[in-house]
Ligand binder design. Structure first.
Ligand code: FAD
Ligand code: FES
Length: 286
């Protein structure tokens, strides 16, 4: 796929964020709370990113003073909190340990710091509700990470958000109680039947799809592909947050491209700059 890209034109279009939007390069760790065995909720002091970030954006994180892993890792913004009392503006990252980078993130403790680049990427769009004010948030596994930041924005925009959360097993359904506490209806599906409906989250989506005004989805590619198919068939607008391994995070390495539909035909888009949010109608699943 990489060979077919017009490298020259993409590089010319490379939209490297201006320095002023790459904020808080060093962020002190305030808390790193384990949520079950594999998930961690990391709170960082990052006043400028917390003030500038919008739901759906991400940061590239890297441990200072280390060459291994060499590349920074992309992480969605889970929450952005304003300053309060003695606390500065903070961001939260929810991450799952899958390899070397995320194992190192899990080992961080207050007193240490992270290198951050961000906020990066295209945020979710929150249009005014039309015929229906029901917004379905479809999360698969650690795809749940970006939804707590989206909820207040949806509520402020006049939407009624409902969370459809699917995972392999009950322990993977992290942070779901926080949604219920904020009055968001939560429906769960687990593949082993240990919580909620047995099966996939797309079964819950099929039940709730009729009459929805917008769908927001984040999770593994097979889930996003199935969500896109259902949403497009029902003509419900659907925004996806795509993932990919990333080299740079700001448009120059071309390590994160996906095929998309454009008015002029098939093209390639960089998940880090043109995404990570895309309309389900524009992504081409091969
Ligand atoms: C825009 C964006 C936002 C993200 N937000 C979050 C988040 O909020 N929380 C979170 O836990 N993760 C998130 N991810 C995924 C996260 O970046 C990867 O899990 C992480 O880079 C893995 O690093 P590692 O060094 O631990 O694993 P590696 O040693 O690099 O890889 C370990 C295993 O994970 C797989 N892997 C690596 N990257 C990805 C990926 N992007 N998607 C699926 N599998 C992958 C590899 O193929 C390998 O099997 C996001 C990714 C993107 C692109
Ligand atoms: S172009 Fe480098 S990660 Fe997207």
């Amino acid at each position: 796929m990489r060979r077919e890209i017009a490298h020259g034109s993409l590089l010319r279009e490379a939209n490297i964020p201006p320095t002023s939007s790459l904020l808080d390069p060093i962020a002190p760790v305030l808390e790193n709370r384990p949520l079950g065995a594999d998930h961690f909720l990391l709170t960082l002091a990052s006043p400028s990113i917390a003030a500038a970030a919008r739901p759906g954006q991400f940061v590239m994180v890297r441990l200072p003073d280390r060459l291994d892993p060499l590349l920074a890792r992309p992480m969605s913004l889970h929450e952005a909190l304003p300053p309060e009392e003695s606390l500065p503006g903070r961001i939260r990252i929810l991450h799952k340990v899958v390899g070397k980078g995320t194992s190192l993130l899990a080992s961080l403790a207050p007193g240490q710091s992270l290198h951050l680049l961000g906020p990066l990427g295209r945020p979710f769009e929150i249009p005014s509700p039309g015929g229906s004010d029901r917004a379905l948030m479809v999360a698969g596994g650690v795809g749940i990470a970006l939804f707590p930041f989206l909820v207040p924005a949806l509520l402020a925009g006049g939407w009624k958000p409902i969370l459809l959360f699917g995972a392999r097993s009950a322990p993977d359904l992290v942070t779901r109680d926080a949604f219920s506490r904020h009055g968001v209806e939560v429906l769960t599906a687990t593949e082993d039947g240990s919580h909620g409906t047995r099966g996939r989250v797309t079964a819950l989506l099929e039940e709730r799809l009729a009459g929805a005004g917008m769908i927001y989805a984040c999770g593994p590619d097979p889930m996003l592909r199935a969500v896109s198919r259902l949403a497009n068939a029902a003509a419900v607008p659907c925004q996806l947050s795509l993932e990919s391994a990333m080299g740079c995070g700001f448009g120059v390495c071309l390590g994160c491209v996906v095929p998309v539909r454009r008015a002029e035909g098939q093209a390639y888009a960089r998940i880090c700059v043109e995404g990570p949010t895309f309309m389900a109608t524009e992504v081409i699943w091969e």
